[in-house]
Each structure stands twice: as C-alpha cells, then as structure tokens.
Design a protein around this ligand. Structure first.
Ligand code: SF4
Ligand code: ZN
Ligand code: ZN
Length: 356
C-alpha cells in the first residue's frame, strides 16, 4: 500500500493519527493545528492584552512544559506582546519535585524566561515530606492543594504579575466535571469549566489548554523532543480522580469527542443567582492577609493544625471550632509571611485588600 498523504496539506506523508479527530496527518500540520487551536482558545476568551506580565505555572511535567513552549511560540508568532515568566512551586517531595525542578531549570535556559521557585518550606516552614510524616498519605493532597494555590499567588505577587496560566488540559477538566457530578457539587460544577477565574482584586488564573487533549500534548512533546519530567508524585493517592480518569479513558476510546462533550455539558450548568448569593464574600485573612472567605484562610488553618499536632482536625469543614475547642492558638505560632497583591492590583482594590 502506498504511504498515505497528510489529510490537511495533501502533500507530506502522514505519520500520525490525530487523537482528537482521527485524521491521518503529517508532523508539521499536527504542530500547526495544535498551536492554532490554542491560539483560537486564547483569542476567543480574550485571555491577554498587550503588555501583560504572565507567569506560567511550571512543574517540569509534560503539560506545563508544552504550555511554556506553545506560549513562547504564539507570543512571537502573533505578537501578543506578553512578558512571560516561569513560576515553580517546590513542595519538598524528595525524589519527585527535586528532580522535576531540575527540568524546569533547563527549560528556563531553553525558553529564555525568568524563573521564580518558591518552596513550601520557606513559606510555611513545612515540606510535603514532613507533612506526610505527620498526616500520612490520606489527606496529604488537601494540604498540598491549598498550599500550592496560595504559593502560586504569592510567587506571582513577587514577580509582580497578575495573571497565572496553568497547564490544565481538556482531560483534567472533563475529569473534574465527572467528579463534581458524582459528588453532587453543583457550585463547583458551575465553575470548574471556566477558562479563567478572577475575583475583583485577585490574581487571574487561566487555562489555555482547556480544549487540548492530553494525548495530543504528549504527542506534541514527543515530536518536538521537549525536555520534560514524567514521573508521578510519590504521594498521589487521589483514588477518586483515578476512577474518573479510567472511566474517561474508556469513553474516549469508544468515542474521542467524549472529552469535549463532557466539558460542554459542564459548561451548560450555570449557577442560579440565589445559589451565587449564598456564596460567601471575599475578605482577607486576619493572620496573613491572603484572600479568604473566612476570618482565617485555609492555609493558616491547616498550618495551625500541623503546628499544634492536630492536622486531622484542620482538614474538616468545622476545623476552626475543633482547633478552638483545644484552646487558643499559642502565641509563638508559626506565621505565613504577610501577603501583598501585585502593584497592578493594589491600585484596583482601594487599599481594601492586602495586609494590615
Ligand atoms: Fe501534592 Fe498530592 Fe499532587 Fe503529590 S499528588 S504533588 S502530594 S497534590
Ligand atoms: Zn501535512
Ligand atoms: Zn492566612
């Protein structure tokens, strides 16, 4: 049988089958369609404006490495006028994050972008290794997730950027939609598909890979020979997500459009105004100044639990009551450094947000 020609350019030899569409195409056309789809996502959602300073949340893994490469490519090709930075969080996981950070350092050279690394140890005084030795491998991802979210915002504030892009892809979002349906979490379901989150005076987060399939990201990294780190976290016990992932992979095998279809279903759930009204107003944490819907932010509550040897109490919904029931926090309790918004956001917030 003669070699197939590419279904897009009708010229070069097709060497791959595109996971999203099943088309047989050549390498160059694959790069072009993949990048162009991300560009279209960015333009349709109006994610950026000229002169924006944007941090790429970089873990050294495939998603964020491909994101850094594609953001640099598109910024040059379409002259977005962005200033790009790499921002990495060092959770302190020996044998995992230390190796992946070496990859990010090489990416910094390869992509010629400034890099900021911020560690849990310097922010919270605890590494994930130490946290796991206290809490075990059950709730560790709760600590890690809360600490990472805040660490990214703090890193962005240090870089003076007010927008973080992350490598979350279509598979991640579809999995989250499924998980929120299975948990009956309608408020999260309404939010989890949005490409961009931003409160009035918070650092913007967005997901340019919202419609990019994981298989295509892996293929892109492979054919571009990108330098990335592919080991899974040694403390990854999120069994529920694992089930959602396996289910999604089965659906994708039967019908590749399943991933996008699930995202579209998630998008169709809009939160009604009266549900929105019951969602708490944003304030700032009275201990560390970070954005919070309670007096204390989640990271301060979790940190207090760790410091007082009551980490398990701190992960519950009534964490504050449980901690208070054991008496007031000790005077010399370890504090997270005060949070200051990037200068561009301080101007918007009329001095309301930030530190006291
Ligand atoms: Fe942190 Fe859990 Fe992710 Fe490991 S799997 S990096 S512990 S959130
Ligand atoms: Zn082609
Ligand atoms: Zn706090």
């Amino acid at each position: 049988m003669p070699p197939r020609t590419c279904a897009l350019c009708n010229d070069a030899r097709a060497i791959l089958k595109r996971p999203k569409t099943g088309q047989q195409i050549c390498k160059e056309c694959f790069f072009y369609v993949f990048e162009t789809e991300v560009h279209n996502t960015i333009i349709e959602a109006r994610l950026f404006k000229r002169g924006d300073r944007v941090a790429i949340g970089a873990s050294g893994g495939k998603d964020s490495t491909v994101l850094a490469h594609v953001m640099k490519t598109l910024n040059e090709r379409y002259d977005y006028g962005l200033e790009l930075f790499l921002l990495s969080i060092d959770e302190g996981i020996t044998g995992y994050r230390d190796d992946s950070l070496e990859t990010v350092k090489r990416n910094q050279q390869q992509y010629d972008m400034p890099l900021k690394i911020l560690s849990y140890d310097e922010l919270y005084g605890w590494t994930m290794d130490a946290i796991v030795s206290q809490v075990g491998k059950k709730n560790n991802c709760t600590f890690c997730g809360v600490f990472r979210r805040q660490a990214l915002d703090r890193g962005a504030a240090i870089l003076n950027v007010d927008h973080i892009v992350t490598g979350h892809n279509a598979d991640d979002i579809a999995e989250t939609v499924l998980m929120n349906i299975m948990r009956g979490d309608i408020a999260r379901l309404g939010r989890c598909t949005s490409i961009c989150t931003q409160g009035e005076d918070t650092i913007k987060r967005s997901k340019p890979f919202k419609y990019a399939y994981e298989k295509e990201i892996v293929m892109y990294a492979y054919f571009k020979k990108l330098d990335y780190f592919s080991t899974e976290c040694i403390y990854s016990p999120d069994a529920y997500r694992g089930h959602a992932r396996a289910f999604l992979k089965d659906l994708e095998a039967a019908r590749p459009s399943a991933i996008i279809d699930i995202i579209h279903s998630g998008e169709a759930f809009e939160i009604k105004e009266d549900v929105k009204a019951t969602q708490k107003n944003q304030q700032t944490c009275k201990r560390c100044g970070y954005m919070s819907s309670n007096e204390l932010c989640k990271a301060c509550t979790l940190l207090e639990g760790l410091e007082r040897g009551m980490a398990h109490a701190a992960v519950t919904d009534r964490a504050r009551k449980k901690l208070d029931a054991e008496g007031p926090a000790p005077e010399n309790l370890r504090q997270i450094p005060l949070f200051r918004l990037p200068a561009s956001l301080q101007a918007h917030s009329n001095g309301e947000t930030g530190v006291r």
